[in-house]
Design a protein around this ligand. Structure first.
Ligand SMILES: *Cc1c(COP(=O)(O)O)cnc(C)c1O
Length: 414
């Protein structure tokens, strides 16, 4: 008891990360909750069966001591009422939407949203007669103009996937709540450590735990956390669809939480150093990172966020396909691959999500960088030498004045 009591008085996140979701006294003194595999849970007596049915899992699909441990830990970190696990981040996104919506309703989604969520809304929600509409994520006035009595949910993701615009979540949530719509937010980029969704008006917060919470690119998991008002709908929807997390993946996510604070600080630091450094390379047009003071989202980021993750965007000056191929093929420390949030650095050529107002204000190719935990000096050197190699590729397909300018600038640097 002495050991368990501590949790109630702990306020500091670093201490919480070491303590949350643990119960050594209930597990033979083991520091970590072991992996529970199981469907049937046996009761000794009818009385015990009744108790289990009321407030303890009575069947593996309704939870195990391990899944409850992770849910409790994430819920405390997010600052919500209860959390529930899903087999992937995408599953947490789609079921959170389904929890809030029925036929005839509409949902307003910020236009820079994770593209599989847009695809889910435009395909599955549309088939269920739920209308998905989009609004420019940086314009609360556009949300105010589009919201109607039929809008039952507003879906946010800040910063936006791929282009990293920071949203004014409190302002957007206030508009949604005036119309009694619930606010769902994908909080994967910041993790609960760097954005406290329920202090900013969010009703359901989503973590693709696959990313930073697991942190090692070796498991899939999603978590949705609700306030009291949204909890019943979220939980019953998850149960109707039979959504559960896999025991080994849950164990890895709970283990990941122990080092989340340390890892996030390193990702933040490395990401910012890389972002600052890339701004100075002549092949780079703009760096999209809200912690940079010249970023359009910086003021709101500073007001609402407690840190930054390692994921950001880089807009290149126009480059030909052969140059891009040399750029990527020259990288030694950056893997080319989907997902992010693991310990390793990644680089990817991405398509910006569709926007309300035609094309984005930049024409060049868009890179998404995930700064891993390697040495920042070596990461910078790797990116610079790959960019320089790309600049040295002569190619007729580029507009001549820009090419010569770009190449001469690059040669000065290299
Ligand atoms: C990756 C990602 C998801 C989906 O997570 P999966 O576990 O891959 O299904 C959802 N939202 C965001 C912002 C993501 O980056």
């Amino acid at each position: 008891m002495r050991y368990l009591q501590v949790e109630k008085d702990v306020r500091d996140t670093e201490t919480l990360l070491c303590r949350l979701g643990r119960a050594p006294a209930e597990h033979a003194g083991m520091v970590n909750v072991p992996i529970y595999r199981g469907s049937t849970i046996i009761s000794e007596t009818l009385e015990e069966w009744d108790i289990r049915n009321k407030d303890y899992p009575s069947y593996g699909r309704f939870g195990t001591p391990l899944s409850r441990a992770l849910e409790t830990a994430i819920c405390k970190l997010e600052g919500g009422y209860r959390s529930i696990l899903f087999p992937s981040g995408q599953s947490a996104c789609s079921h959170s939407l389904l929890a809030c919506l029925k036929a005839g309703d509409s949902v307003l989604i910020s236009d820079g949203v994770y593209s599989p969520v847009r695809a889910f809304a435009d395909n599955v929600l549309a088939r269920l007669q739920i209308k998905a509409e989009y609004f420019c994520s940086t314009k609360p006035s556009e949300l105010a103009a589009k919201i109607s009595a039929k809008t039952r949910a507003v879906y946010l993701e800040s910063p936006s996937s791929m282009t990293f615009e920071v949203q004014d979540v409190p302002a957007l949530a206030a508009i949604a709540h005036l119309s009694d719509a619930l606010v769902i937010m994908d909080n994967t980029w910041a993790t609960p450590l760097y954005f406290r969704p329920f202090e900013h008006g969010v009703d359901i917060s989503i973590q693709a735990a696959t990313k930073y919470i697991v942190g090692h690119s070796d498991a899939f998991l999603g978590v949705a956390t609700a306030n009291e008002a949204a909890w019943h709908a979220l939980k019953s929807t998850a149960q109707h669809f039979g959504e559960i997390g896999a025991p080994d993946d849950i164990y890895l996510a709970l283990r990941g939480i122990r080092t989340l604070g340390l890892r996030m600080r390193r990702h933040w630091e490395n990401g910012l150093v890389l972002a600052q450094n890339l701004q100075t390379h002549p092949a780079v047009d703009r760096v999209l990172h809200p912690a940079l003071p010249n970023d359009p989202g910086h003021v709101i980021w500073k007001r609402d966020f407690l840190g930054a993750s390692g994921l950001f965007g880089v807009v290149l000056k126009p480059m030909s396909p052969p140059q891009l191929s040399v750029l990527f093929n020259s990288l030694r420390l950056f893997g080319i691959g989907l997902s992010w949030g693991g310990y390793e650095s990644l680089a990817l050529l991405v398509e910006p999500p569709k926007r309300m107002e035609g094309s984005l204000p930049f024409p060049g190719p868009l890179l998404r960088i995930h700064a891993g935990m390697e040495s920042p000096t070596e990461l910078i050197a790797d990116l610079h030498s790959a960019l320089n190699a790309a600049c040295e590729v002569a190619d007729d397909t580029i507009v001549p004045p820009e090419t010569s300018e770009l190449v001469s600038q690059c040669q000065i640097v290299s």
